[in-house]
Design a protein around this ligand. Structure first.
Ligand SMILES: O=C(O)CCC(=O)C(=O)O
Length: 339
């Protein structure tokens, strides 16, 4: 498997052995229903207090929500989708020039999740980029397609602005000053995964990505508008999140769970694959500054409550996260205080 992507342009007729999950760990599609009440929040109009209340309710009840009227121009989104699709349709030899299995690399094409640590592989290729500061990282980005840097750079800038606005709403929804969470998170990094899930010959035997939570603060996910695949764990059941037109899916990551002192949940989610059409999703991750100490603000520790989590830096957390399989126990468990 080492050094192999699955987006070769050749259609597989049988799932290779190394992707087959044990019987008790398969997607089991039949009990998964579509989630009909995913909160869709219009953040572009209306009363600020109402928007942060809607966001707070969604963070508490679901750990995710969708936003519309979000301010990222439609043209910027379309160009991002176009260039992401074109990148994965490049000849495999061209893509393989960027291949690496080293999670420390700031730009790499890779496959599955953590090829060197995992026992079973996942039906996904991905291009992972560090995106902030843009002028530091974009020089190492792909140059094929020729407009890659321009289109992806514009997208990253717009999505970062959206993420910051959402963090302000989340801060207010916890009863904190608008800037409070942003100031604890420090100068946030931004990473992006352009996920490509090729057509899979036996989708019931494997995952695109198995259930996981995101290690960062906030994830802004652009779903494929035509092909579903995202599922979220809600009240102990997996539910399918149908793409909603012109919306982003916002996931609460582990760091917001920690900073909210456990009030908001970092949502378990996974990607399933299908045998008809390839799927693309584009995840943008806002990540705390490496040296910021992640500790729930004092304002949230009151009425005799205690800090649920230890104080730690994001460097410590990220190292732990990548030292494991994706689908092991929640990484935050390692950072819990004894209660
Ligand atoms: O493809 C999806 O819908 C989910 C992607 C995801 O969870 C990730 O990139 O971490």
């Amino acid at each position: 498997m080492a050094g192999k992507v699955i987006s070769t342009g050749i259609r597989y007729t049988k799932l290779p052995e190394s992707y087959i999950r044990p019987v008790n760990d398969r997607p089991n599609f039949s009990p998964v229903s579509e989630c009909n009440d995913v909160p869709v929040i219009n953040i572009g109009a209306g009363d600020r207090r109402l928007i942060s209340k809607q966001i707070g309710d969604a963070c508490r009840d679901y750990g995710f929500f969708q936003v519309v009227n979000h301010g990222v121009p439609d043209e910027v989104v379309k160009k991002m989708e176009k260039v992401g699709g074109e990148f994965f349709r490049l000849p495999v030899e061209e893509k393989m020039k960027l291949y690496s299995e080293d999670p420390a690399k700031t730009m790499r094409l890779s496959t599955s999740f953590n090829v060197q640590k995992e026992q079973v592989h996942n039906w996904r290729d991905y291009l992972r980029l560090h995106c902030y500061p843009l002028d530091q990282y974009s020089p190492e980005w792909p140059t094929n397609p020729s407009y890659f840097k321009e289109y992806v750079g514009n997208y990253c800038t717009a999505v970062r602005e959206l993420g910051m606005r959402i963090l302000e709403f989340i801060s207010e929804s916890l009863g904190l000053e608008k800037e409070r969470l942003i100031s604890i998170l420090g100068e946030q990094g931004q990473h992006m995964a352009i996920n490509h899930y090729p057509v899979c010959p036996e989708p019931e035997l494997t995952y695109g990505l198995p259930g996981h939570t995101d290690p960062n603060a906030l994830t802004i996910l652009l779903q494929d508008t035509l092909v579903s695949g995202l599922q979220v764990l809600k009240d102990g059941k997996w539910v399918a999140i149908k793409p909603y037109p012109n919306a982003f899916v916002i996931n609460i990551g582990d760091q917001l769970e920690a900073l909210s002192n456990g009030e908001y949940k970092s949502v378990w989610h996974r990607a399933v694959v299908n045998s008809d059409q390839p799927r693309m999703s584009i995840a943008s991750f806002l990540c705390p500054c490496n040296d910021s100490v992640l500790s729930a603000p004092d304002e949230l520790i009151k009425d005799g409550s205690k800090r649920v989590f230890k104080d730690y830096t994001y460097t410590e957390y990220y190292k732990k996260f990548w030292s494991r399989n994706l689908d092991q126990e929640h990484c935050l468990e390692f950072f819990k205080n004894q209660q």
